[in-house]
Design a protein around this ligand. Structure first.
Ligand code: FMN
Length: 189
């Protein structure tokens, strides 16, 4: 018999997303978000849950455009830092020595230090009791050459990190198991 642990925000795996924006003064900012995921295939869409008090929230409302960078294992300390201090009081990009460049197709920063990112445009905002959900179109995926294999992102080269909100800790992605979409149906006799 399973033990009830109550209504909890638990889902496996929780991503570590770095949401990059420009604020109304044009200053780059970056925050960590784990409340996020893919919500549509065509067009490609992602949703992120952001609290109203975040500096990022105001920037999302103002520009409607953002990047999502995927931190690699070597970026774990930067990912944690971006989730601890607000752009309202800290210049996180300067403090971490991040190098940003404005994306060509949206008004949002692409960071040199992270090996892959999505370029996103907000399409709809849904207010929920604690967070607002920004449902957004993914306009492009950008990645450094050194994480590509046959022109596609290789998960082992990117080495993205995950968040466990029960132990409040970051994890690396686990081992390879098997190819997907390969199971043969066993029909009833
Ligand atoms: C692992 C982790 C995940 C987080 N996920 C979210 C999230 O999904 N939504 C959110 O509003 N805040 C989240 N936070 C908190 C923000 O990242 C944090 O408050 C940050 O300082 C906000 O930055 P900003 O004010 O510059 O936007 C998370 C923090 C950590 C460490």
């Amino acid at each position: 018999m399973k033990k009830s642990l109550g209504a909890r925000t638990v889902l496996y795996p929780l991503p570590v997303l770095l949401v990059g924006t420009y604020d109304d003064a044009g200053k780059p900012n970056i925050m960590t978000a784990s409340w996020g995921g893919i919500v549509n295939s065509t067009p490609p869409m992602v949703a992120i849950g952001i609290r109203k008090e975040r500096h990022t929230y105001t920037a999302l409302d103002t520009t409607g455009e953002f990047t999502i960078s995927f931190p690699s294992e070597e970026n774990t300390h930067q990912a944690d830092y971006c989730g601890l201090y607000s752009g309202k009081i800290a210049d996180k990009c300067a403090e971490l020595g991040l190098h940003d460049e404005k994306a060509d197709i949206i008004n949002a920063p692409i960071f040199e230090e992270f090996k892959a990112c999505l370029l996103c445009k907000v399409k709809q905002k849904i207010s929920l009791p604690t967070h607002d959900m920004f449902i957004s179109e993914i306009l492009d995926l950008r990645a450094d050459e050194n994480v590509l294999k046959d022109g596609k992102i290789d998960i082992e080269r990117l080495a993205p990190i995950l968040y466990d909100n029960i132990s409040r800790a970051y994890y690396a992605v686990g081992k390879y198991l098997k190819p997907a979409y390969t199971e043969k149906r066993v029909e009833n006799k």
